[in-house]
Design a protein around this ligand. Structure first.
Ligand code: AMP
Ligand code: ZN
Length: 464
């Protein structure tokens, strides 16, 4: 497989530390609010990576954290813990909030057919791991204590900015108005453990050799990854906003702790944006997968929309784009469901198309080319239906669009629509065109489009 590596800024051949095995880490959600569809796009990107590796025959072990402490309102060390913000907003305990939004996250995650990682671990359950790492970083002088907090000293590293090359505008910290922290030797140093300065009213506190406190944001991913996936990580991923400071800091602390290279490939997904720019949990009403569903959309239409573009390109979300994706996915599924499960699989043609599909994915996860192979299969007159069905089933291991799952027909709705079609026909017969048009428009407003043909009127659900 060839994959873009943020560390080298190149598309490279993927070679894991251990042949045939992949250790994969995904940065998980901060559970102080619902995950918006931008967050979910990021997890769909990781799901494709995970499933592609398995499809190619790798034995994958994947871990993901749940950030339930330590992520401050700024990605640098200023502001308040996001969980504290939620606690004040909702008058609940931090753990109640974490549980509620973790559950909500996985509901949406599974609605878009993302597979759960083998290991899912909340930041709050690995405190002793962070203490172990921080203790060693202090002993080896990579970290220092100041004002009661523990900071990582970035001046100890020659290649601290290895992910961003320093000149990159991805250095978000540089753009944010960061509150000066007088405890830091260098303002670019980052916190490993907070005690006194960020102590105020913080609900979650643990004993540590440096006093009661709580961990900084970045240490959780190093701690969880090292604990569950070992000292050598193959791929670590997140959204592009994680490149700096989060992943930069993870590399600094993990490699200083280990004394050797840690992770070889860094995988980053571009953002989903809306017409106002980047989506954000702290900005206005949160558009979630469940909200899309309440508005009549199939969550898999959203997945399909994401797969139509490359994970390293920004994707603009509009309802028009989603309508289009939903209608294309419907047509695709209708076509697949009209295939007859008869005949014998043509092994030669089957293998030819599997190779084409694999090639698309092996080329830096080119999902839109992979979908093009699926269309090619459905159009190819040389292929019998049995072979087509076998290929669809094979491709859907990665695409996960439920291509062979039959949509349940809603009988109640169907008979209501048939009644209205009849009423409209009557109205037309009586030259009451206003009424006929009204029936058509009312149905369309509900996402039901009438189609007049010579044989009579049928309908298509454009939203359900
Ligand atoms: P958070 O819950 O804020 O920690 O974000 C969870 C993941 O979603 C992180 O890996 C972010 O990089 C990613 N992310 C945040 N905003 C977007 C967006 N608009 N589009 C895609 N991914 C995003
Ligand atoms: Zn992380």
């Amino acid at each position: 497989m060839r994959i873009y590596n943020t560390l080298t800024k190149k598309i490279e051949d993927f070679v894991p530390y251990e042949e045939g095995k992949v250790k994969l880490y995904t940065c998980g959600p901060t559970v102080y609010h619902y995950a918006h569809i931008g967050n979910i796009r990021n997890y769909i990107g990781h799901d494709i990576l995970d499933k592609t590796l398995r499809y190619l025959g790798y034995d994958v072990t994947r871990a993901m954290n749940i950030t339930d402490v330590g992520h401050l309102t700024s990605d640098s060390d200023s502001g308040e813990d996001k969980m504290e913000v939620a606690r004040k907003r909702e008058h609940k305990s931090a753990m109640e909030i974490a549980k509620f939004y973790t559950d909500a996250f996985f509901v949406d995650f599974e609605k878009v057919n993302c597979k759960k990682p083998e290991i899912i671990s909340p930041a709050t359950e690995n405190i002793s791991e962070y203490i172990k790492i921080i203790t060693k970083l202090l002993e080896t002088d990579y970290a220092y204590e100041s004002g009661g907090n523990i900071y990582f000293d970035i001046s100890k590293l020659d290649n601290y900015y290895c992910l961003t090359n320093q000149d990159s505008n991805l250095v978000v910290g540089a753009r944010e108005s960061v509150d000066e922290d007088s405890n830091k030797r260098n303002q670019a140093d980052f916190a490993l453990w907070f005690t006194t300065s960020k102590f105020e009213n913080h609900e979650l506190l643990w004993d540590s050799p440096w006093g009661k406190g709580y961990p900084g944001w970045h240490i959780e991913c190093s701690g969880i990854s090292l604990k569950y996936l070992g000292e050598h990580l193959d791929i670590h991923g997140g959204g592009v906003d994680n490149i700096f400071p989060h992943h930069t800091n993870e590399i600094a602390q993990s490699e200083s702790y280990l004394g050797h290279k840690w992770c070889n490939y860094w995988f980053h997904n571009e953002h989903l944006i809306d017409e106002s720019g980047k989506m954000s949990k702290s900005k206005g009403a949160i558009l979630t997968v469940s909200v899309l569903e309440e508005n009549g959309y199939d969550p898999l239409a959203f997945r399909f929309m994401c797969l139509g573009s490359h994970y390293r390109k920004q994707l603009l979300f509009t309802y028009d784009n989603l309508d289009q994706a939903q209608s294309t996915l419907r047509k695709l599924k209708n076509k697949i469901q009209s295939l007859k499960d008869e005949g014998n699989i043509d092994e030669t043609l089957f293998n030819k198309y599997v190779s084409k599909f694999t090639e698309a994915l092996e080329n830096d996860l080119n999902t839109s080319n992979a979908l093009a192979v699926l269309y090619e299969v459905l159009k190819d007159n040389e292929l019998n239906d049995k072979t087509k069905i076998a290929l669809v089933e094979n491709f859907d291991q990665v695409l996960s669009l439920d291509l062979l799952v039959k949509e349940e027909k809603n009988n109640e709705l169907d008979s209501e629509i048939q009644g209205l079609i009849e009423e409209r026909r009557e109205a037309k017969k009586n030259k009451d065109f206003a009424k006929a048009d009204q029936i058509r428009d009312d149905l369309l407003a509900r996402g039901i489009k009438l189609i007049d043909t010579r044989e009579g009127t049928t309908y298509e659900i454009v939203k359900d």
